[in-house]
Design a protein around this ligand. Structure first.
Ligand code: HEM
Length: 622
């Protein structure tokens, strides 16, 4: 299981004397006290003992190996925020610590990533610094949970969060500058009592103000220390919302509705509390965090999750699966971009030294723990229903993987129209796609061994889940060129899926890059200004025709055309077999996604990814 710790801290080994530079007192500074030891001071006041893991990547990596942590996403410490200082001072110090974080990560063998900090007292400057940092390689930002009297629902801060969503930046909210300190002079109570309350306050402010209704669902935001006291007091908040109009605030829905809009980390130090958190928030919303390497952090990072009684699947989600979503990491896939750790030295696979076996490599235990029938007692055929769908989704994943590679090859072919290697490679991968799709067409027969009566015995448990919500199927359509923004509506409940589909809408499709490659080769003329879509369609079809008419010269391209045609044909066969299955199992009844069922699906039979390839055939016989 991969482990990604999203909440831990660093300090650089040294930094300039800000008090002297800016002429203002009480800046944090580092006092080295002995080998590998230092104290953080704030002016003349002692703040915290730290040790070399804060600044030394070697020490961090060794301790990560010891604890089985594959990746850390480091952030500075709230004492460095400087939100109360003049903008120029706060910005300069933020830039310094942000660049220092990247410098530390550059020695992390691909296993250290970072969140930046911003001068949140000035929203324009904060947005600008965030954008700079994202371009430089940070994965997101750590912010304090308030700026003086402004909570997270402050319009300026909401604008900043909006900007984070636009930039694709993950946001970690860390409590700081704790309330009521005059009543908590002893026993570290600002940390043990004040911090959890601060976090709860910021979450309640975001929810009740209706900020989540206005913020895009693509915002990825996580609250430190298990979200503080929020989840334990959620029932109280919910009760007040329903029973006291004055406690309602401006949000459209009861507080519980917004639980899928944010994450919390696992820094709670106690198994019953962790179990409670997973129960309250769901296993999809809790991420491994540690507060490493501070004295109040988890001593052996990830031990709480690993040694808990959570299921194998839940552990995998908490340890790393959810963090990949939160950080938008596409580990293992060649996703490109500065945040793609899979292409960097070390990457995640060099993590701790468990011996690889068939089961650990394929994560068989986790895989076999992923089937959870809803019927009770479980109906015998529901397992088949789940496994068949999961198998489809796995193959959809492989198809996306291969089709993305086809797109990349065709883009390279555009850049170098003389070369044939990329065209050959595109055709080779497309053949794999057609073979996979052939299997997908055949696979429906297995589900047809289920009697309609058996399906009806558990069908009511499935509502409102529907094939409409297969994000990967829709991704495949968008990637191939059938882009329909209306279909995004079905993915609103899952912000990650929504975000990925929006990205697919923006990215060039296979259809587009294929014709761009023909244009680069000179086979397809540039679009005529003012030409109608029908005229453009005919020009594209005639470009295909010219390939077929000059077979000797364009063998490789004809191979690509044939594979694309076959793929198109097989996807239509898939649609047809799916309709036959639907009719066989539920007749002409409505679907759980609210469509008219089989009669709706009939309309999808007209969909083609590459209609020009078909049109060229008609033109050939002219
Ligand atoms: C008992 C078996 C099945 C039944 C009764 C069924 C029924 C339906 C219905 C009625 C729809 C239309 C949307 C709605 O109103 O929900 C639909 C859509 C869909 N189903 Fe199925 N389905 C079954 C099996 C499968 C399987 C095995 C897959 C494999 C992934 C699948 C994938 C899809 C997809 C991707 C859509 C969206 C199609 C589109 O929008 O073009 N279905 N299904």
């Amino acid at each position: 299981m991969q482990a990604i710790d999203i909440h831990n801290h660093f300090f650089p080994r040294s930094w300039p004397d800000f008090a002297q530079r800016f002429g203002t007192p009480n800046w944090p500074w580092i006092k080295h006290t002995g080998a590998g030891k230092a104290d953080i001071m704030v002016g003349d006041r002692f703040f915290r003992h730290i040790y070399s893991a804060c600044w030394d990547p070697e020490v961090r990596l060794l301790e990560m190996d010891r604890d089985g942590v594959d990746m850390q996403v480091i952030s500075a410490t709230p004492v460095l925020f400087a939100y109360e200082r003049p903008l120029e001072h706060a910005l300069e110090s933020a830039q310094l610590f942000n660049d220092a974080a990247l410098e530390l990560c550059s020695h992390g063998k691909g296993r250290l990533k970072s969140l930046c900090q911003v001068p949140l007292q000035d929203i324009d400057a904060a947005c600008k610094e965030l954008s700079r940092c994202m371009r430089a390689g940070h994965l997101g930002v750590q912010i304090g949970n308030h700026v003086a009297a402004k909570n997270l629902d402050d319009p300026g801060i909401v604008t900043f969060l909006h900007h984070c969503a636009d930039e694709g930046a993950a946001v970690l909210v860390h409590p700081w500058d704790m309330m009521g300190q005059q009543r908590m002079p002893n026993y570290m109570m600002p940390w043990t009592v004040g911090m959890p309350a601060e976090t709860q306050l910021s979450l309640v402010a975001l929810i009740l103000s209706g900020a989540f209704d206005r913020l895009p669902s693509t915002l990825r935001i996580c609250f430190a220390h298990g979200g503080g006291s929020f989840s334990f007091l959620l029932g109280r908040l919910e009760n007040a919302w329903h029973r006291h109009p004055v406690a309602r605030g401006a949000c459209q829905f009861p507080p519980r509705h917004y639980l899928n809009r944010f994450y919390v980390d696992s820094v709670v130090f106690d198994e019953p509390t962790l179990q409670f958190l997973v129960c309250a928030m769901s296993a999809e919303r809790v991420l491994l965090g540690s507060d490493y390497p501070f004295p109040l952090g988890e001593e052996h990072v990830s031990a709480l999750i690993r040694e808990s009684h959570l299921s194998g699947r839940e552990k995998a989600q908490l340890l790393g699966g959810n963090a990949k979503q939160f950080l938008s990491l596409e580990l293992g896939a060649d996703a490109g971009g500065s945040n793609d750790v899979s292409t960097q030295e070390g990457g995640l696979s060099t993590g701790h030294s468990e011996q690889l076996s068939y089961s650990s490599y394929l994560e068989v235990a986790e895989l076999l723990d992923l089937q959870h029938p809803q019927s009770s007692p479980p109906h015998h055929d529901e397992l088949l229903f789940i496994i068949v769908h999961q198998t489809y989704e796995l193959w959809f994943k492989e198809l996306l993987h291969d089709l993305d590679a086809v797109v990349a090859n065709l883009q390279r072919a555009s850049a170098n129209p003389e070369s044939r290697d990329e065209v050959y490679e595109a055709a080779r991968l497309l053949r794999r796609c057609t073979e996979i799709t052939r299997v997908l067409v055949e696979q429906f027969t297995i589900l047809e061994t289920m009697l309609p009566t058996h399906f009806l015995a558990f069908r009511d448990k499935l509502e409102p889940a529907s094939g409409f919500q297969s994000e990967q199927f829709r991704e495949l359509e968008f990637l191939c060129g059938l882009k329909d923004a209306k279909m995004l509506a079905y993915h609103k409940p899952t912000p990650e899926a929504h975000r990925r589909l929006e990205r697919r809408l923006r990215e060039p499709s296979l259809h587009q890059v294929f014709f761009e490659a023909l244009r680069a080769m000179g086979t397809l003329p540039a679009p005529e200004p003012g030409a109608s879509e029908e005229q453009e369609f005919e020009t594209r079809s005639r470009a295909i025709l010219s390939l077929y008419k000059n077979e000797q010269h364009y063998r490789y391209w004809i191979d690509v055309c044939e594979r694309l045609t076959e793929f198109d044909e097989l996807v239509v066969s898939w649609r047809l077999r799916h309709i036959q299955l639907v009719e066989r199992i539920i007749g002409i009844r409505m679907g759980t996604g609210g469509s008219a069922g089989a009669s709706y699906l009939q309309h999808t039979l007209d969909k083609k990814f590459f209609p020009e390839l078909w049109e060229a055939r008609t033109l050939l016989t002219e």
